[in-house]
Write a protein that binds this ligand. Structure first.
Ligand code: FEO
Length: 396
């Protein structure tokens, strides 16, 4: 069902309450998501983005209930990824020849996805499209936020920034706006989205936001392509992005481990005890990555100033859950975070050394050489681990 957000702008997207993972199985979406598309009706009629491919027919059918498709003068494709461009084939089959405004890279990506020779009109930052007496669209390229083709579209008059993925969250909501959703929930999803998708591009995020702020234009709404529209104090999420992009960390130390027979878990708990003993204020969190969701744990890494990674040695290396996590976060290029490794072993015990090497490749600064225990820690060993936790805090 479409929803009017201003006299001239209507939300025509799809709320996906069922979605459990995104990007294949790579990203968990515990609270579903939405694919927000917008219809602008002024002297010209413009559709901004579409929805994910599985909903293409539903999208076009619903759009027809809203408008005669032939009335659409222009389509703006802010981003070629199929969660936003997925209904273009179905739509343009009905209205072939309708101009598709996108970046040069956007046209390349759309052609590479759909192999269609649509009527592309490529735009650059600052290009404009007149759509009515009071309204104009201004295009702002946003390369690598988060694909090379990404762009924002700003609507003057209504002062709406259509930001596509930026400032979005995987969050299903029927009520559409940030002031109608639970603030804690949308921020949990927004930071998870940033940590898991945008972290590698943080320097570009800062540069792009400064460029947008320098335009000095009013922003009444930030109409994202996922989750809520930021209507109440819309620039709050821009301020949050500036914080998150600036080597973000909270006063948190996270201990991530996996364990076979609980020896490495006992090590984790003893180290945690030492950390808390040395610093009553620091938030200490423990996660068994063998059981936990990697994207949620990655969000906790994003929030941490230091992380300890622990695994027993099995077949001359760490358990696969640790290796998988490190493989995943290597690409996220975390900065300004300290780390150390620990683990129990019976004979060869190479894991801590291997974890150290991987942690450095992930961009962490090693605090020390880490700590190992043989077999199951006894009371004496436990005391050593508590002491290690205390010393770990002192080294930060
Ligand atoms: Fe929501 Fe990059 O697609």
């Amino acid at each position: 069902m479409s929803k009017k957000i201003t006299d001239k702008v209507t939300w025509v997207g799809k709320v996906d309450w069922e979605l459990q993972t995104f990007h294949g199985q790579e990203l968990s979406t515990h609270r579903g998501s939405s694919y927000n598309a917008y219809l602008i009706r002024d002297k010209k009629t413009v559709l901004i983005d579409t929805v994910w491919q599985p909903y293409d027919k539903e999208f076009v059918a619903r759009l027809k209930e809203e408008i005669d498709l032939k009335e659409i003068d222009y389509i703006v494709s802010n981003h070629a990824e199929i969660d936003h461009s997925g209904a273009l084939v179905e739509l343009l089959r009905e209205i072939p020849g309708t101009p598709v405004y996108c970046t040069d890279k956007g046209a390349q990506h759309l052609k590479a996805h759909y192999h269609e020779d649509w009527n592309f009109v490529t735009v650059k930052t600052g290009d404009t499209l007149e759509i009515g007496d009071d309204n104009q669209l201004i295009f702002i390229e946003a390369p690598m936020l988060h694909w090379p083709d990404s762009m924002f579209t700003y609507m003057t008059g209504e002062s709406i920034l259509f930001s596509n993925d930026a400032f979005g969250q995987h969050y299903a909501t029927e009520s559409l706006y940030n002031d109608k959703a639970l603030e804690t929930e949308i921020y949990e999803e927004a930071i998870k989205y940033y940590a898991n998708i945008l972290t590698p591009f943080s320097p570009l995020v800062i540069r792009k936001i400064k460029e947008v702020l320098a335009l000095n234009v009013p922003v009444n709404m930030i109409a994202t392509s996922h989750g809520v529209i930021w209507r109440d104090k819309p620039t709050q999420i821009i301020e949050k992005y500036l914080e998150w992009a600036d080597n973000y960390q909270e006063n948190q130390i996270t201990i991530i481990y996996d364990t076979m027979w609980n020896a490495t878990r006992l090590m984790a708990e003893a180290i945690a005890e030492g950390i808390q003993k040395a610093d009553k204020d620091v938030v200490v969190k423990l996660f068994n990555i063998g059981k936990e969701d990697k994207n949620d744990v990655t969000t906790e890494i994003f929030k941490s100033k230091a992380i300890l990674f622990g695994s027993p040695t099995v077949n001359n290396g760490p358990l696969h859950s640790l290796s998988g996590l490190l493989g995943y976060i290597k690409g996220l290029k975390f900065k300004n975070k300290k780390a150390a490794a620990f683990g129990s072993y019976g004979w060869s015990g190479e894991t801590v050394k291997q974890l150290n090497e991987e942690l450095e490749k992930c961009g962490f600064t090693l605090v020390d050489a880490g700590i190992r225990s043989t077999w199951v820690p006894d009371e004496q060993e436990r005391a050593k681990l508590v002491k290690y936790g205390e010393e770990f805090v002192a080294k930060l």
